[in-house]
Design a protein around this ligand. Structure first.
Ligand code: NAD
Length: 508
């Protein structure tokens, strides 16, 4: 077994602009605190709007005059395979950097990093077909050989959150780059280290200068500049709903393309034909990735009333037995929350749950024993007797808190599940295939897990309904997301042009 160790202190990180590693213009830096220990371990550049402008200019130059958008798919793919192999070689090192930054157990961070290469390989395999010209000449084309071309958007700004940094990158970056866009990538301030390494790797793999720029700094400054700039063609953000709303406002001045992956409050519907022990496992599985700080965590567990009490009890027993510890320990199930602020937010929601009359079955507090004392640990928490109008059922908590809600009929389950401003994921636990399929059709969510949770694959589109976002990442849809379409109307034999002249020109 690999032994993962805290890194005492890393050297100060720079940012990657136009193929060069550089400091922020005003020399400002900020510290990243390891949430398992409460200790800072690395300084990063606190870029400002001027730095963001430089990164945008580098990406603009690389798109307008650089070789990347003009390169053949074969040449782009060669660079991608090289980068992908290099990432695989350092994946456990990258896992340590992310786990030390966000407190998510190393096993999860490693799994999401290993997930990067299938994403790379998928886009390499599909890009030619997806981007290829399409002839549409047919009965409506009046004899013209009409076709449309799919072309890159141009300069794409990618902004990601801290919860599963590598996976967030894997959903967007390969599709955006392979399509021929140039990118300014701003990872979350809490978790920029693996993104900076990926910048380094792409540079070494031969990506032309300026095709990928990685900058760090406050979202409200750097991210807002990326959204406002009229030199950016597309901003692709993953984050909270409020950040999505602000990004739309900032982007509206230039009417650039905006794609959003936002929050969730996913229902996990458990019917009484599902075995009770398995039901409790699926309830816990739904929240077990990334300390419950996961956009599609099944945080609202809807259980049929006939098995409600037993499932709630077993769920609390199982979740309550989670091994809580330093994110670098391979047997940790639940690490610390990403920051002290996030921990306080989660604890506030737990208080709301108690005040609103939900029954606390386990957890509900900060953990301070032994080695946990300086970290930001919250005990795995389960509430039963939750009604769907409570704050803990409607708002995204983003921490290890499950709300268990009873229902009696299939119709009621669907109604409760859809009674949310979010529509990211949903789960259905039932052995009745017809019923599960029927319910899946009625749920207003971007993806549905049936008798499982968490498994998403690079060939499937990913995204949400309602306030959970705009657009889809991954799969062919993910590549298309970073392209625009140019329609070509050629009149090689002059016939259609003659008709137009006759119809429209004076004396025609
Ligand atoms: P956040 O909205 O605070 O930050 C996300 C990113 O946006 C960060 O890089 C941040 O620096 C940047 N940002 C902040 N303010 C900005 C602004 N004004 N303009 C532009 N960028 C700005 O979110 P977070 O706390 O990092 O992540 C948690 C949120 O992300 C949760 O709501 C979660 O559901 C959501 N999320 C969604 C998905 C999904 O696929 N739908 C996946 C992961 C996380």
């Amino acid at each position: 077994m690999i032994e993962y160790k805290d890194k005492e202190k890393l050297e100060e990180q720079k940012v990657f602009i136009g193929g060069e590693w550089t400091a922020s213009g005003n020399g400002d830096t900020y510290s990243i605190i390891n949430p398992s220990t409460g200790k800072p371990f690395v300084e990063c550049q606190k870029c400002n709007a001027e730095d963001a402008k430089q990164a945008i200019d580098a990406a603009r130059e690389a798109f307008d005059h650089g070789p990347w958008p003009e390169m053949s798919f074969e040449d782009r793919i060669k660079i991608f395979y090289k980068a992908s192999d290099m990432i695989d070689k350092v994946s456990s090192e990258l896992g340590v950097l992310d786990a030390m930054s966000n407190g998510v157990p190393i096993t999860t961070n490693n799994a999401t990093i290993l997930n990067m290469s299938p994403n790379f390989k998928y886009v390499c395999k599909r890009v030619k077909e997806v981007m290829g010209s399409k002839m549409v000449a047919g009965e409506y084309s009046m004899g013209m050989e009409t076709e449309f071309w799919r072309e890159p958007d141009g300069v794409v700004a990618i902004i990601t959150p801290w919860n599963v940094p590598f996976w967030q990158m894997a959903l967007k970056l390969p599709s955006a780059l392979i399509a021929g866009n140039t990118v300014v990538f701003k990872p979350a301030s809490q978790t920029p280290l693996s993104a900076l390494e990926v910048g380094k790797i792409f540079g070494e793999a031969g990506l032309p200068k300026g095709a990928l720029n990685v900058i760090t700094g406050p979202g409200s400054v750097v991210g807002a500049e990326l959204a406002r700039s009229d030199k950016v063609d597309h901003i692709s953000l993953t984050g909270e709903v409020a950040t999505g709303e602000e990004t739309v406002r900032n982007a509206s001045g230039s009417l650039k393309k905006v794609t959003l992956e936002l929050g969730g409050k996913s229902p996990n519907i458990i019917f009484d034909d599902f075995p009770i022990d398995e039901a409790a496992k699926m309830a816990v599985l739904g929240i077990s990735l990334a300390n419950g700080e996961e956009c599609f965590a099944g945080t609202r567990v809807l259980v049929q009333d006939t098995i409600y009490e037993e499932v709630a009890k077993k769920t609390a027993e199982l979740y309550g037995s989670s091994k809580v510890g330093n994110a670098l320990l391979p047997d940790t199930n639940l690490g610390p929350l990403v920051t002290e602020e996030q921990m306080k937010k989660v604890l506030r929601y737990i208080e709301f749950g108690k005040e609103e009359g939900a029954k606390l079955l386990c957890g509900g507090e900060r953990l301070l024993d032994g080695e946990l004392k300086d970290g930001f640990f919250v005990a795995p928490t389960v509430f039963s007797e939750v009604s769907n109008d409570m704050k803990i059922a409607q708002e995204e908590i983003f921490g290890p808190v499950l709300s268990i809600i009873p229902f009696s009929t299939e119709e009621e389950a669907i109604e409760i599940a859809n009674d949310s401003k979010f529509g990211l994921g949903a789960g259905i636990m039932s052995m009745d295939r017809e019923k599960a399929t029927r319910v899946a059709r009625k749920l207003r969510a971007g993806f549905i897990f049936i008798n499982m949770w968490h498994m998403v694959s690079p060939d499937m589109p990913y995204g949400g309904y309602k306030q959970s976002g705009w657009g889809r990442m991954a799969g062919d849809e993910g590549i298309k997301q970073f392209t625009q379409i140019k329609s070509i109307y050629p009149d090689w034999d002059g016939a259609t042009g003659s008709l137009m002249k006759t119809l429209l020109l004076p004396g025609g």
